[in-house]
Design a protein around this ligand. Structure first.
Ligand code: TMP
Length: 211
């Protein structure tokens, strides 16, 4: 059985990951591939409970390492219960955020740096890296304005200071520059059709490389 491909979507708040995920799914299914989608933190009943705690503004400030450990606790559930079984069964997995979000938010945003994130990655998902990381990139103020326009109440991360979100964005862009083999950064300030075309083109290039 050929192992499926692992594709993750990343980006700041209000960058349009959900729309991009639907496009990736549609393109893979159009090619006859079996696809499983999930998200982090979350993806299993227990991990969704950890998500609720992490995103609830009433949780208040957490020690950054506690926040990171909760992200990885949720991740372990999702990896063992959902992601690995699907990949090993030959399905492609599309995950709305994965470990790169820990590098960006806890490593960059909260200032923990790369070492604890790398150490926990090795412990929690040894040998599992995404085959493709699509980063939907928008300036922080553009993303926040989109969230406000949606009218949803901001979660614990969206309501953090914009300097925090600037560090998150910078960390994503730095990780992408250092790992050009896996990352594609998509300028998500463009029109929805242009962003969709860029997502399709990045996926097509990856599929060509893998075949
Ligand atoms: P979202 O998936 O709806 O964007 O919300 C998840 C939030 O959790 C988002 O603000 C980013 C944050 N997050 C982290 O801080 N670290 C992580 O490792 C992950 C997966 C998400």
């Amino acid at each position: 059985m050929t192992r499926g491909r692992f594709i993750t979507l990343e980006g700041g708040e209000g960058a349009g990951k959900t729309t991009a995920l639907a496009i990736v799914r549609e393109e893979l299914e159009r090619r006859g591939r079996r696809v499983r989608t999930t998200r982090e933190p979350g993806g299993t009943p227990a991990a969704e409970k950890i998500r609720a705690l992490l995103l609830d503004p009433d949780t208040g400030a957490l020690d950054p390492m506690t926040e990171l450990l909760l992200m990885f606790a949720a991740r372990r559930e999702n990896v063992t219960d959902a992601i690995l079984p699907a990949l090993e069964g030959g399905d492609d997995v599309i995950c709305d955020r994965f470990t790169e979000a820990s590098h960006a938010y806890q490593g960059g945003g909260r200032g923990l740096g790369t070492a604890p994130v790398d150490a926990l990655s090795e412990l929690v998902h040894p040998g599992l890296e995404p085959d493709l990381v699509l980063v939907l990139d928008v300036p922080v103020d553009v993303g926040l304005a989109r969230i406000r326009a949606r009218g949803d109440a901001p979660d614990r991360f969206e309501s953090d200071r914009s300097e925090f979100l600037e560090r998150v964005r910078a960390a994503y862009l730095e990780r992408a520059a250092n790992h050009p083999d896996r990352f594609v950064v998509i300028d998500a300030t463009r029109s929805p059709d242009e962003v969709a075309d860029a997502v399709r083109a990045a996926l097509r290039r990856a599929l060509d490389r893998w075949s």
